[in-house]
Write a protein that binds this ligand. Structure first.
Ligand SMILES: [Zn+2]
Length: 182
């Protein structure tokens, strides 16, 4: 089903324990992106579209290996070229990178393509906490998946951030700049 020459069909590493990351996973998988999920254990807010209440506490990789093929038979990756993770997370490897986090009452997503500064990305994500749960987390995850797909398709900007203040309400995030880019 997946076409190897389609940029959306290149795989991604997923680190998710809650609704933001799992919603992003559902969108990416249904869009044709194979996912290699981390062993991060699913949190109490995880149950929703992809996973059930009985999956709380189980490693994400184990649960997603079971449920993702129901969304898309090609949805399980064996190697990862990009990364989508709930904060806090470690960053490395090839872009795109998409971080799902939050601050105060808002959800925040920070994204970086291969031309985006690694250090500015790092400076910005370290100011954010974990992503919100509930309906705001779901909205944030959908936005994160869209931003990941845009970068995969070569659409800019190569570095940016967005606040999600309510489902459907998105604002630009002012990025922290590294010493080199200031
Ligand atoms: Zn920079």
């Amino acid at each position: 089903m997946a076409r190897r020459d389609d940029p959306l069909c290149r795989s991604a590493r997923l680190e998710a324990s809650g609704p933001a990351g799992l919603t992003a996973a559902a969108y990416l998988a249904s869009g044709g992106t194979p996912l290699l999920a981390s062993e991060t254990r699913l949190g109490p807010a995880a149950p929703g579209f992809l996973v059930g209440a009985g999956d709380v506490g189980a490693p994400g990789a184990e649960v997603l290996a079971r449920v993702l093929p129901e969304v898309n038979p090609d949805a399980l990756g064996t190697e990862a070229e990009g990364r989508l993770a709930e904060l806090p997370a470690a960053w490395g490897g090839a872009a795109p990178w998409v971080a799902l986090g939050g601050g105060g009452e808002r959800g925040g997503v920070v994204f970086r393509g291969s031309a985006g500064c690694v250090w500015c990305f790092g400076e910005t994500v370290r100011t954010l906490g974990p992503p919100p749960t509930g309906v705001l987390g779901i909205a944030l995850g959908a936005l994160g998946a869209l931003l990941f797909q845009r970068l995969r398709l070569g659409q800019g900007p190569a570095l940016g951030g967005r606040w999600c203040t309510a489902p459907g309400q998105v604002e630009d995030m002012a990025l922290r700049r590294c010493a080199k880019c200031r």
